[in-house]
Design a protein around this ligand. Structure first.
Ligand code: SF4
Length: 378
């Protein structure tokens, strides 16, 4: 089983907090980029080693900025290269202002069955402050448009710790999201990435960072409200109604190979990580000349151990210690179980089914520190 990620790096404008690779050059580069994606798919399809493709994910940037005709060209091009007949999940990321009735109507014929929307907040003044182009009302209408088009698997992204957000206003945003009954909700704490507009504003004292304690309170509210509404907390930042976990993202957390196409996309085949350049022109020029654009890095046994621990502990399934032992040997298992003891005693970790190590609720609040202790750290 494998997944394909396709990076669509075009955005209509730059959000104040964002440091993802994206550009405003859709008009002059969109067509060439889609052709390059298809060319790259032809060059690299062998990396999936014949695994069946179960998930396809168009992420960004803003994939919903791509005109439907180009989206169609891309999907048909991918179908020519890969056997997508066993596809279980096809997600497209979207910004609410793009999710018009016309756009939604095109999705089922493309095979899209899941849309992940960057809503971020239901407060218009905060949305304006962070440079989002949509309003809270547009997010509500976008969900309605998706349902009208029979898209039954909808995910909403939220951000907490935004400047100006209070515990009360965050609680209202979470409740508003729940009220829309999406199948999936992801929520991330704001980070001030160096070089972003918001980072500069903070440096100049124009925005005030929400204190860490308040961010933790917001996170607790998020967990409580979503669990009370029937969402399963299956990964630190991800919640889903039963049966609606993101299959594609789950493959990142459980070591499933994936092929990443496009500028700045990453891939993993079980042994090797590959990285495409975060440069639109370099990416297009290379793949159109018949070269793969990626650099690669083989992971040592201990790097793979660290990844397993880092990603596994973020999930509700946790780390299977016996599998850790069979994959990485006794030394790794002893290190893990020994380092885990203190955190079990402190109530940060629990052992389930005799073998699975999972973060407790308190452990989740301290996840960075707990996970750091369990890494091999050569
Ligand atoms: S739309 Fe998404 S990728 Fe584009 S700038 Fe905003 S946050 Fe970044």
């Amino acid at each position: 089983m494998a997944g394909i990620y396709v990076h669509i790096p075009f955005c209509a404008s730059r959000c104040a907090y964002c440091d993802f690779f994206s550009t405003l050059r859709l008009a002059d580069a969109g067509e060439r980029y889609v052709d390059a994606l298809i060319a790259e798919a032809r060059l690299r399809h062998g990396e999936l080693r014949g695994e069946r493709v179960k998930t396809l994910y168009l992420g960004g940037g803003t994939p919903s900025q791509l005109p439907v005709a180009l989206l169609l060209r891309l999907v048909e091009g991918l179908r020519d290269v890969f056997d997508l007949s066993g596809l279980e999940e096809f997600t497209v990321e979207a910004n609410p202002d793009d999710v018009t009735a016309e756009w939604c109507a095109a999705l089922p014929s493309l095979g899209v069955n899941r849309v992940s929307m960057g809503v971020q907040s239901f407060e218009d003044d905060i949305l304006r402050l962070i440079g989002r182009r949509h309003t809270a009302q547009q997010a509500v209408e976008a969900v309605e448009n998706l349902r009208q088009a029979d898209i039954r698997n909808i995910s909403i992204d939220l951000i907490f710790g935004l400047p100006g957000q209070t515990v009360e206003s965050w609680t209202a945003s979470v409740r508003k999201a729940i009220g829309l009954k999406p199948q999936h909700i992801s929520a991330y704490g704001l980070t001030y990435e160096e070089g972003t507009w918001l980072w500069h504003q903070r440096e100049r004292g124009e925005v005030i960072e929400v204190p860490e304690e308040q961010c933790l309170a917001m996170y607790r509210i998020l967990v409580d409200e979503l669990q009370a509404a029937g969402y399963e907390h299956y990964e630190i930042s991800n919640f889903a109604l039963p049966g609606c976990y993101s299959r594609h993202n789950s493959s990142y957390w459980n070591d499933t190979p994936y092929l990443g196409l496009g500028a700045a996309a990453h891939s993993y085949d079980g042994d090797v990580r590959r990285y495409n350049p975060a440069d639109l022109q370099e990416y297009i020029d290379k793949v159109m000349a018949g070269e793969t654009a990626c650099e690669q890095e083989g992971l040592s046994r201990w790097e793979r151990y660290d990844e397993r621990v880092m990603l596994g502990l973020r999930t509700a399934r946790g780390i299977d210690a016996e599998r850790l032992r069979s994959d990485f040997g006794d030394e790794a298992w002893q290190h893990f179980t020994r380092e885990a003891q203190g955190h079990i005693a402190a109530g940060h970790l629990a052992v389930k089914d005799g073998n699975r190590y999972v973060l407790t609720r308190e452990g989740i609040m301290l996840s960075d520190a707990v996970i750091r202790d369990l890494l091999w750290d050569e």
